[in-house]
Design a protein. Structure first.
Length: 475
């Protein structure tokens, strides 16, 4: 079954993934994160069919990626150019469809429009803007300020200008920003992998062709793409002996989304190798942060958005948000409430603070071991700890660590777990980005089951031993 022992044909993987991508895009036309005026009721027949079609395509796409991974690990791995052709083939249909798995792109456009209108995005939510764009923002984020830095907001304001034509044009503008980030990722990932002693094809398969990249950075147009692209460029500069340039690039990445600031630890660690003496670490750290702070001051002055984002970094931590720590907090709160304790309301905040403390400890331990791990690998594991233990959980946040694990982790258990986790997380959301009800969950499972049946039939037909074993009828 599934011809696991047969040689993997990368061309077949490309075609299978294209079929999945097209089906996913087609399902998104009725079940994706559509503009409010175009959205269908989840109970409608077309929306139901869209969920089935989208999950059918999603499972095919994940299967094609996983199967392609066997070719990458095989004796004749496809060249990076061939993998990039596959990435473009799989991404093209998703670029033409509606946003998938999240409505965040509408928040980006509304925040960009607020910057254009001289409304303080760090003091007000999109509801203060009003109009069609504010209506498109998910209700949970309409009244919350932006947690993003001035680099991203400056680009979002340009895309918001396009949204004056119509919303789909604005979405295309945000997709172009995301594609800029993905372009930087695929440009610097092979170079980063070579510096870290990893095969570039293996790095591209895990870090660029990853379903999470296609689903959330391309189809969802998340700004994490730009953050990761700039972070990758900065790390390549640091490893290439340009630490000041690296500090600038990593600071720009942090001015898109704050988690990239951890990359300054790697830059400082690499910069310290250029000095001698006991104080070399302190000197390198001081220079790194001085360059980063100067970059922040210049960019903030140029954009005029101010430093309010420093006070809004907790915006993603909404009351309804789920994460490992908030889940444990809700469970603890329910147990405390069942025994009549008055401490139930404190359970979630305490667990979140515990998660932050555990993250800080994990990062400290990893950086104490950075000489053995290497600075890029230590940074990858640190960002993965932020994703796993932080107060906000989104599938695309896993890419913060996965992108660098693809470049720096040695072949072994960590890479296998990273690949398996990527496949599981890819299946975790509905194409609309909304929490599923029982009917939608059933439809999604049904679409995935149909994809598995199609895969079984396809591989049975392609297995010579299975074909030869079939009884022949007399003529």
């Amino acid at each position: 079954m599934l011809a696991l022992n047969a040689d993997v044909n990368p061309d077949r993987c490309r075609v299978l993934g294209l079929v999945g991508s097209v089906a996913l895009m087609g399902g998104g036309l009725t079940a994706g994160a559509l503009p409010v005026r175009e959205a269908l009721l989840p109970s409608s027949g077309r929306a139901a069919l869209g969920v089935v079609c989208a999950y059918f395509g999603l499972v095919l796409l994940v299967a094609a990626w996983w199967w392609l991974g066997r070719a990458v690990r095989g004796p004749r791995p496809p060249a990076p150019r061939e993998l990039l052709l596959t990435l473009g083939t799989w991404a093209a249909p998703l670029l033409l469809g509606p946003p998938l798995f999240s409505r965040d792109v509408y928040s980006y456009l509304a925040q960009g429009a607020m910057v254009d209108a001289r409304i303080d995005v760090y003091a007000y939510g999109p509801s203060h803007l009003g109009g069609p764009l504010a209506t498109e923002v998910a209700p949970v984020w309409r009244h919350t300020p932006a947690p993003y830095g001035p680099v991203f907001l400056a680009l979002a304001s340009k895309a918001a200008y396009l949204a004056r034509i119509d919303t789909p044009t604005g979405i295309l503008g945000m997709r172009l920003v995301a594609l800029l980030g993905v372009g930087l990722m695929i440009a610097f990932l092979p170079r980063l992998a070579r510096r870290c002693g990893v095969e570039p094809s293996a790095a591209l398969w895990l870090g660029a062709l990853n379903p999470l990249v296609l689903l959330h950075l391309v189809a969802g147009a998340h700004n994490d793409a730009l953050m990761l692209g700039l972070l990758g460029a900065g790390l390549v500069a640091a490893l290439g002996g340009w630490p000041a340039r690296a500090a600038v690039l990593v600071a720009l990445a942090a001015l898109v989304k704050a988690p990239a600031a951890l990359g300054l630890l790697a830059v400082a660690g690499l910069w310290s190798a250029r000095f001698t003496g006991r104080a070399r670490t302190v000197r390198a750290a001081a220079l790194t942060w001085a360059v980063a702070l100067a970059t922040t001051a210049l960019v903030t002055a140029a954009t005029g958005t101010g430093y309010g984002w420093l006070g809004t970094l907790s915006t993603p931590v909404s009351p309804d948000n789920w994460s490992l720590t908030s889940g444990l907090g809700r469970l603890s709160g329910a147990l405390l409430e069942s025994v009549g304790s008055g401490l139930a309301d404190l359970a979630v905040p305490v667990w979140r603070w515990f998660g932050l403390a555990a993250t800080a400890v994990a990062v400290a331990v990893l950086w104490l071991r950075r000489v053995r791990l290497g600075p890029v690998y230590a940074l990858a594991l640190s960002l993965l700890a932020v994703f796993a233990l932080g107060p906000a959980f989104r599938p695309w946040y896993a890419l913060w660590g996965l992108f660098l694990i693809a470049a720096a982790a040695p072949d072994g258990r960590v890479r296998r777990w990273a690949a398996a986790g990527s496949g599981i997380l890819a299946l975790g959301l509905l194409p609309s980005g909304s929490p599923p009800d029982g009917m939608q969950l059933t439809l999604a499972v049904g679409g995935g089951a149909l994809a598995l049946l199609a895969l079984w039939w396809m591989f049975e037909m392609s297995d010579p031993s299975a074909v030869a074993a079939r009884p022949r009828t007399a003529s």
